[in-house]
Design a binder for this molecule. Structure first.
Ligand code: NDP
Length: 242
């Protein structure tokens, strides 16, 4: 019997996370899709995967909440002994000029991205190390490097993700676990609804937004054995912006 391979994608209910879940299913993984509240969207992701003959399940928890995350991870590990691939994709924006930014908007973006990374990655990597295999990919953003007005909270969180991943990669490199980051540019999802798309396109060398699938294919590559000597890297999928 073929061994079951399991991938966990946080925020897999919509947008980039959904495309990653579909792509990993096509690569042969059983996909655990997590979400925060949008159960209908999560069900849609599952339906998409199942319509292609893949296997998937959905789990609801807030990655920013330590006890919710711990309970969800325990539940997942009671059903799956091993997770080979983790994609930290859940993320939010709460833009505003720094001088006017509320403490709440600062905290919630940092918590979702960085506490979320901690809450999910730690238990998964502890097990990956025991199994001497695994790949972690976290979704950062071109905003981590570019200095986008109104995104001090988001940039701090997303560059923190790169730094944490790079550090973690050095700690587990000899233990069979690879840790990388994908930093997308502007991708056509609900997250950028309301953004001034025409003006944005002018600053993208390729002159267009990216598609969620274009990010997902890079994630799939990074998780695959084709990327077996690649760790501690941030790959920018941004049409040439950074
Ligand atoms: P969407 O807003 O379309 O989807 C966000 C996903 O994250 C949803 O599945 C949502 O769940 C989930 N989520 C949000 N907060 C939490 C939380 N606290 N706990 C668990 N799940 C949560 O975003 P995108 O698909 O556009 O973005 C995905 C990732 O890519 C994010 O990290 C984002 O920062 C990053 N990114 C996006 C870019 C873009 O242009 N779109 C550019 C660069 C990076 P639910 O459906 O339940 O709300």
């Amino acid at each position: 019997m073929m061994e079951e391979r399991v991938a966990l994608v946080t925020g897999g209910s919509r947008g980039i996370g959904r495309a990653i879940a579909v792509e990993l299913s096509r690569a042969g993984y059983r996909v655990i899709v997590t979400y925060k509240e949008n159960v209908a969207a999560a069900e849609e992701t599952l339906a998409l995967i199942r319509s292609e003959g893949g296997q998937a399940e959905a789990v609801r928890f807030d990655v920013a909440d330590s006890s919710e995350s711990a309970a969800a991870m325990e539940d997942i590990f009671s059903r799956h002994r091993e997770i080979q691939v983790l994609v930290n994709n859940a993320g939010i924006t709460a833009d505003g000029l720094f001088m006017m930014m509320s403490e709440e908007n600062w905290d919630k973006v940092i918590q979702t991205t960085l506490k979320g990374f901690f809450n999910v990655t730690r238990p998964v990597v502890q097990r990956m190390v025991r199994n001497h295999r695994g790949s972690v990919v976290s979704i950062s953003s071109v905003s981590a490097m570019m200095g986008n007005r109104g995104q001090a909270n988001y940039a701090a969180a997303k560059s923190g993700l790169i730094a944490a991943s790079r550090t973690l990669s050095t700690e587990v490199a000899r233990l069979g676990v690879r840790v990388n980051v994908v930093a997308p540019g502007l991708i056509d999802t609900e997250m950028i609804k309301g953004a001034p798309v025409t003006r944005i396109k002018e600053i993208i060398p390729m002159g267009r937004l990216g598609k969620a699938e274009e990010v997902a294919k890079v994630v799939r590559f990074l998780c695959s054995d084709d990327a077996s000597y690649l760790t501690g890297q941030a790959v920018f999928v941004d049409g040439g912006m950074y």
